[in-house]
Design a protein around this ligand. Structure first.
Ligand code: SF4
Ligand code: SF4
Ligand SMILES: [Zn+2]
Length: 484
């Protein structure tokens, strides 16, 4: 399953970090001179590499070798950063601590490069994907009803070890901050540890999405030693019968044990549940169970009719049910230990009514009542559905797709340049142009904060630019679909 949550163990509190980021980016966006400077400083250097990343590294005290042009850039970047930090009294220590974390530093580099490349738009597009969810294998030990990969059997064209390691290096070179391993079941790949180690060696954050049945104590410890940011486990029911019905085998106990092993190893664990009519009523109980097990995140997975999921499309929940679910979750943000996330981009809209911020698949920032303006700004800047702007996917055979739920090939990592695909693919351009969306999603006042799920648009209309029929505003469209 796709897994996008960020590590919740950042040194700075999410509220502060979001506020700092919002203020910082707002200043950069609002100042034409800073933007012009950025154009120069974000060029990649033939001899030194990613200039902006090097400058940020040097800014927080790393020894970095630079050519004379990069040295000039550093001087400019330092002056700008000092000015911004001092003028709005940002906590320098917190900013520096975050910049020492490669994931945050690369993320900020992508934001700044993105502003230089694509302009100061809301929602914004990063210069390279911030994150890639990589279905490293199609092989799985289970046979789930809703699997988007229709996983089960080993394909002949899966990237081999050498190709997979090269793919990691290519993603690092493009400037990615984070690779989320998914599948199939990633732990079924014999060389998964080589891949994971290569990701960490390239200073990218790593997470893994698993059914947890192979997550024994030793495996959990190994992931912890690799500083894996996040382990996402799919759980479809609060009781064995519901979960097993989905999974096709009796694995509930094994899954729970796997979750316990990961929590015991000190890993940040997220429970993800694809919500359908099969388990809709059980969601509050699944959230309670997740919290009881020590998970830090509960993630509602929006059902998408793709892969094997097309066979159970009639069990998709209604727009009313989705709205109720999202409200139930948003109301609880900040009031319980567990973070409540959703892959439904409408969560951005719903959260905004509670003065909370949903970074869609990434994170929620709660209790932000006192920061209402920044919340709105950051919500629109990050912008709901992240496909083609912040994130894309890589399939087991190296095919690059906009999202794990969007089976449209836009390139292949073996032969194509990732940045070239990211910058020039027609599909990505279509996805980024929210004003060009058809139906309500094209005119909706929440377009920037949400954008509708492009995968659901494709799944239900075979058109990536159509409206998301799962939204409460599109109820009429939904009724037409189910009447067919
Ligand atoms: S109409 Fe589209 S953009 Fe507006 S809230 Fe609904 S899904 Fe989001
Ligand atoms: S299309 Fe967008 S909202 Fe839908 S699953 Fe993909 S990233 Fe999420
Ligand atoms: Zn240089």
């Amino acid at each position: 399953m796709v897994d996008l949550a960020l590590n919740h163990k950042s040194q700075t509190k999410p509220k502060d970090l979001a506020e700092n980021m919002a203020q910082f980016v707002e200043i950069v966006l609002g100042n034409p001179l800073i933007r012009r400077i950025l154009n120069f400083c974000t060029n990649r250097c033939d001899s030194c590499g990613r200039r902006i990343d090097l400058c940020l590294k040097k800014y927080v005290g790393y020894r970095v070798r630079m050519c004379s042009k990069c040295k000039i850039s550093y001087f400019i970047i330092k002056t700008v950063l000092d000015h911004v930090i001092n003028s709005i009294d940002l906590p320098r220590d917190d900013i520096e601590t975050n910049l020492r974390n490669p994931m945050w530093r690369k993320g900020l580099s992508s934001v700044l490069e993105g502003i230089a490349k694509f302009g100061p738009k809301k929602p914004f597009t990063s210069n390279s994907p911030f994150l890639i969810v990589w279905n490293v294998t199609k092989v799985c030990n289970l046979h789930c009803k809703h699997c988007y990969e229709s996983a089960g059997f080993p394909p002949s064209d899966e990237l081999n070890r050498r190709e997979a390691l090269r793919a990691v290096d290519k993603m690092a070179k493009a400037g990615l901050a984070y690779i989320a391993l998914s599948g199939g079941e990633p732990l079924m790949r014999k060389d998964i540890w080589d891949i994971a180690e290569r990701i960490r060696k390239n200073e990218m954050a790593l997470s893994i999405a698993t059914n947890a049945t192979l997550l024994n104590k030793k495996t959990a410890k190994r992931l912890k030693n690799l500083d894996c940011s996040f382990v996402q486990v799919s759980l479809d029911g609060a009781k064995a019968s519901t979960h097993n019905k989905f999974r096709g085998v009796k694995v509930f106990k094994k899954t729970i044990n796997g979750i316990r092993n990961a929590v015991d190893a000190g890993l940040c664990v997220g429970i993800s549940t694809t919500v359908t009519k099969f388990n809709y009523e059980e969601i509050p109980k699944i959230i309670d169970l997740s919290e009881k097990l020590g998970a830090e995140i509960f993630m509602h997975y929006n059902f998408i009719p793709v892969g094997r999921g097309t066979e159970i499309a009639k069990f998709d929940i209604t727009p009313d049910q989705r709205e109720k679910l999202l409200n139930m979750m948003a109301k609880q943000i900040g009031k319980r230990k567990i973070s409540l996330l959703s892959t439904a981009p409408q969560y951005g809209r719903v959260c905004s009514h509670f003065s909370a911020l949903s970074l869609t698949h990434f994170d929620t920032v709660s209790q932000m009542r006192e920061f209402k303006d920044s919340v709105k700004f950051l919500g629109e800047f990050v912008g709901g559905c992240g496909t083609g702007r912040l994130y894309c996917a890589l399939d087991y055979n190296g095919d690059i797709t906009p999202c794990v739920f969007i089976p449209i090939k836009v390139g292949n990592i073996k032969k194509d340049d990732l940045l070239d695909v990211w910058h020039n693919s027609t599909v990505f351009h279509q996805i980024r142009d929210r004003e060009g969306f058809k139906g309500l999603c094209g005119t909706c006042k929440y377009r920037n904060i949400c954008g509708g799920c492009r995968a659901r648009a494709l799944g239900y209309y075979n058109d990536i630019t159509q409206s998301d029929p799962g939204c409460i505003f599109n109820k009429k469209e939904w009724l037409k679909i189910i009447a067919k």
